[in-house]
Structures are given as structure tokens and as C-alpha cells.
Design a protein around this ligand. Structure first.
Ligand code: ZN
Ligand code: ZN
Length: 217
């Protein structure tokens, strides 16, 4: 359960993000991705359009903005169907690889089981007992009740341990895969749980980028 603080120094995965694009300085701006594809489109046209070109397929890729709005539509409608938050609906969609019709079928036949399989609800009620002690199982400190945070599994940990956990994982390039700190607990942290725990805008940007990568994968 110890958190590996050594990995805080390994910031290198940011540099690996786009090694081929030296002229692209501001990779934070999604608009650059569109500019990039426009540039590619011009290059290809100059090669002559009559030959079959497998590279054409990349033009069917959604732009960042198009795919983001498609994802959001699915997320909003699923959230209202399942009566869960938008962030939880996103985790469900990712878990089922955006197979919306499959998700809705499972919801009809067994909604509780769907949320368990998506790792947003615990398997059985024995996990949901409320702990009476205000004690963080990671740092072993007794803390005020309001500083204890938990997911739906009710595994409570102090805010600063959650902050460290999320910070280390985001620095390591983890997005959707951040989960509960309790041993063997499969629950994933919805993004609206993680964002307030990240201490800097830079980390929030990274997390946003890793989430998007995981959503479209
Ligand atoms: Zn703690
Ligand atoms: Zn848990």
C-alpha cells in the first residue's frame, strides 16, 4: 500500500507525447491537431489523387472537437438513463468500449450488475458498511471525518493520501485506470473525484489528456 514517491521524478512521458512534431510547440491546444491534419491533407494531394492511398484512412479520424462532442452526447444520455453522474457514466462507457446498445441491454436486465462490472459500484453490501473509526489505512493517522474521502465502496482514506495517490498516478501517465487505494478493491475513481485532488493546473491538464486518450482508445 506504500506509494512510490520515486516515480514523481519521472516526468519523461510528457516528452514522449509527440516526438515527430518538432515545430508544434503548443501541444496543449486541441486546435493544433486540426492544423496538423490540414497540413497532412495538402501533402497528400500533391502526390496525385488517383492512386489508392491507405493514408486516406486517417482523414476519417474524428478531430478532437468532433469526437469530444460525440463522447459527451453519449455520456449525458447514459448518465440520465442510469441515474449516475456524468463522470460515472463515462467510466461505464469506457468499460464497455462505448457499446451503448450493449450497456442499455445490461441495464435493462440487471442494472446493479452493470455498475459492478464497470467498476463503479462494489460487488456486495458487506463492503458498504460505514467505518466508525476516522482512521486512514494508508498513513495510519486519525483524521477528521470531513477529511476522509471514499468511493462508492466506502473505503475511507485521508485527503492527503488520496492526493498523493492521484498525483503519482497522473505523473505516471494513468488516466481512467486510477482506482481505490484499498487492497483488491476494483473500483475506479470518477474524474470528478480526481480533479479536485490534483494540486496544479499542469497536472489537471495532463490528467485531462490521459483521460481523453483512454476514452477514445
Ligand atoms: Zn492518509
Ligand atoms: Zn475501495
Amino acid at each position: 500500500m506504500s506509494v512510490d514517491m520515486n516515480s514523481q521524478g519521472s516526468d519523461s512521458n510528457e516528452e514522449d507525447y509527440d516526438p515527430n512534431c518538432e515545430e508544434e510547440e503548443e501541444d496543449e491546444d486541441p486546435g493544433d491537431i486540426e492544423d496538423y491534419y490540414i497540413g497532412v491533407a495538402n501533402d497528400v494531394e500533391q502526390q496525385g489523387a488517383d492512386a489508392f492511398d491507405p493514408e486516406e484512412y486517417q482523414f476519417t479520424c474524428l478531430t478532437y472537437k468532433e469526437s469530444e462532442s460525440t463522447l459527451n452526447e453519449h455520456m449525458v444520455s447514459l448518465a440520465s438513463t442510469l441515474k449516475v453522474s456524468h463522470a460515472v457514466a463515462k467510466l461505464v462507457l469506457v468499460s464497455f468500449h462505448w457499446q451503448v446498445s450493449e450497456i442499455l441491454e445490461r441495464h435493462k436486465s440487471n442494472s446493479a450488475q452493470l455498475l459492478v462490472e464497470a467498476r463503479v459500484q462494489p460487488t456486495s453490501s458487506k463492503h458498504t458498511m460505514v467505518h466508525s473509526s476516522h482512521h486512514c489505512a494508508v498513513c495510519m493517522q486519525f483524521v477528521r471525518k470531513e477529511n476522509l474521502l471514499s468511493l462508492a465502496c466506502q473505503h475511507q482514506f485521508c485527503r492527503s493520501c488520496w492526493e498523493q495517490h492521484c498525483t503519482v498516478l497522473v505523473k505516471d501517465g494513468v488516466g481512467v485506470g486510477i482506482s481505490c487505494m484499498a487492497q483488491d478493491c476494483p473500483l475506479r475513481t470518477p474524474e470528478d473525484f480526481v480533479f479536485p485532488l490534483l494540486p496544479s493546473e499542469e497536472l489537471k491538464d495532463k490528467y485531462r489528456r490521459y483521460l481523453f486518450r483512454d476514452y477514445v482508445e
